[in-house]
Design a protein around this ligand. Structure first.
Ligand SMILES: [Ca+2]
Length: 574
């Protein structure tokens, strides 16, 4: 281990922007938001109040081309293991697709990329850091398989929910504490709010973690701002008036701020309103448009605009509530003297969520939530509820279960196209803030190196002086796919061949400045990301040889990483 520590110290000393007395073993705090859009944070151009994350960005680095794996489960699998999602067994969600198909074999091994839980060929960051002397804990959303509990995967303590998506923020019954029997907080009726409770337990864990005098890893996976959107009243104060301007004005304002703060080039155009993802749902709810794109705000009736402004206000309040809680974590680290010696990452598991059309759905209250489980109900057939009059104030409070729809999601991903689920920038783009005062002297700067969730494992191994194993419990472990971000901290390049994606048949590949991307069942599109990050000038017809070469590399990657073979229903027609 000492040799690794020295290697890290040497590597860090080579970077001119790095602090002189770099500690080899920082604490590591990974904060993951759920369905947060690329432009929501103030420090990424948003009007949402996020003062604590903005301060973190001012004292650290903002990555401008960082990527996730398109959706909750695949992204969490990548983040935790340093592998592409299918390699870890989670190409889709957490149901075992392999076992559902005749001919899949007794164990479903015909489709190893779709088993719905972390497999035996991967390890988590917690499992890798523990042998290096780190203490570990996790809070919030797990969602990488009901069969693989956090405590089985290297985290000493856990509070949150293991499975499910779409969690009612006012409902405490799905929360669980692992190992079983360990103390957890009790909340009086009406007192529980999920983002606050997750943070309460993160603070409890922090107090315990630092008792040992050893470095620690804390993984804070908030459910915010995933649907159903919910907000405390004080967090969303003033937002209904702001969002009454509508999504067209908000998109223009966000892009103008992104240019002003230097996040994006000044010649970046605004993409047209993105397509409505689910035509059947849109037709059923009366939100379908003639051109298939999200509607112009001004085209909607007043009562619909009032309802939709309130939905976005609740979403924004949910983000502000998360930021308020992150402020509690940072204040605790500052008070204990640990903030400068903690590497903090903040990022989102996928782009903003468009499910499924512009008006948004209303979920059904779960009859009896079980500890560890979120609400797990299909959302595509759910109805819309038009809130108005006195009832409008109930939206986002206890007993309401709204989503905010595809047009606001489009605005939250400004200026990109599309959303969560897709390989276009609106699906895979995430803000990434990295903050480590004792290790990185550069402050408030942007980093344009392309990076991916798979890089967090390699980065943690590097800064912790840990060793990534080739074998674990008698099983061979796949080599880590990611690269350390430490060179990028010093504004040096990250050497890699390419990055690639697949989810539900949506495909993408990023090789240098070139991006190959397609919707499920559709032809490849080709973009020069240096000139056209908004993916509006498709060069596939003009450069067929490049498409042929890159797509061959994508196919080889897909076979190597178990994207292929794929169960029939894993690819959706778009
Ligand atoms: Ca998500």
């Amino acid at each position: 281990m000492m040799r690794n520590v020295l290697l890290v110290a040497t590597a860090l000393a080579g970077g001119g922007a790095l602090a002189a007395a770099t500690p080899a073993r920082p604490n590591i705090l990974i904060i993951l938001a759920d369905d947060l859009g690329w432009s929501d944070l103030g420090c990424y151009g948003g009007e949402i109040r996020t003062p604590n994350l903005d301060a973190l960005a001012t004292g650290g680095l903002r990555f401008t081309q960082f990527y996730n794996s398109t959706r909750c489960c695949p992204s969490r699998a990548s983040l935790l293991t340093g592998l592409y999602p299918h390699q870890a067994g989670i190409g889709l969600m957490t149901s075992d697709q392999g076992a559902r198909f005749p001919g899949a074999g007794d164990q479903g091994e015909a489709f190893p990329g779709y088993r719905g839980a972390l497999n035996e060929r991967c390890v988590t960051i917690a499992q890798v850091l523990k042998p290096a002397g780190y203490r570990t804990a996790a809070v919030g959303k797990w969602h990488v398989g009901d069969r693989e509990l956090p405590t089985k995967r290297g985290f000493d303590d856990f509070y949150g929910f293991v499975s499910g998506y779409g969690v009612d923020s006012w409902e405490p019954r799905m929360m669980t504490r692992l190992p079983e029997g360990k103390p957890q907080r009790a909340y009086r009726p009406g007192e529980f709010f999920a983002t606050d409770a997750i943070t309460d337990h993160a603070l409890d864990f922090l107090a315990d973690l630092r008792k040992a005098g050893a470095p620690w890893l804390l993984y804070v996976a908030y459910q915010a701002p995933h649907f159903p959107v919910a907000s405390r009243k004080d967090d969303m104060a003033g937002y209904p008036e702001i969002y009454a301007q509508g999504w067209d004005a908000i998109r223009e304002q966000r892009l103008a701020r992104q240019k002003k703060i230097g996040l994006l080039p000044v010649d970046t155009p605004l993409t047209p309103r993105s397509k409505i993802p689910h035509v059947v749902a849109a037709t059923r709810m009366g939100s379908m448009t003639a051109d298939g794109a999200n509607p112009a705000w001004d085209s909607l009736p007043a009562e619909r605009r009032t309802d939709l402004a309130q939905r976005m206000a609740v979403y924004a309040g949910m983000v502000t509530g998360m930021d308020r809680n992150i402020g509690r974590l940072l204040a605790d680290l500052r008070a204990s003297g640990q903030l400068d010696h903690t590497l903090v990452f903040f990022l989102s598991d996928n782009g903003a969520c468009a499910e499924w059309e512009p008006f948004g759905f209303e979920m059904v209250a779960p009859p009896n939530p079980q500890p560890g489980h979120g609400i797990n109900q299909g959302t595509q057939a759910l109805p819309n509820k038009l809130y108005g009059g006195a009832e409008l104030a109930r939206l986002g409070g206890p007993g309401s279960f709204p989503s905010y729809g595809s047009a606001w999601a489009n605005a939250c991903n400004t200026p990109w196209r599309l959303y969560k689920h897709y390989g276009h920038e609106g699906g895979i783009g995430t803000p990434l803030i990295a903050h480590w005062p004792a290790g990185v002297s550069a402050k408030g700067e942007f980093r344009a190196q392309p990076g991916h969730l798979i890089d967090l494992m390699a980065t943690c191994v590097a800064v912790a002086g840990a060793s990534y194993p080739s074998e674990w419990n008698g099983n061979k472990i796949l080599p880590c796919e990611g690269r350390s971000l430490v060179p990028a901290f010093a504004n040096k390049p990250i050497e890699r061949e390419f990055l690639a994606w697949e989810h539900e048949g949506n495909r993408a590949m990023r090789e240098g400045k070139w991006k190959l991307v397609s919707l499920a069942g559709s032809a490849w599109e080709l973009y020069d990301i240096d000139r056209d990050r908004v993916e509006m000038n498709n060069l596939a017809v003009a450069q067929p040889e490049r498409v042929t070469e890159m797509s061959a590399r994508w196919e080889a990657w897909a076979r190597r990483t178990k994207v292929l073979p794929r169960p029939d229903n894993a690819a959706k027609k778009q």
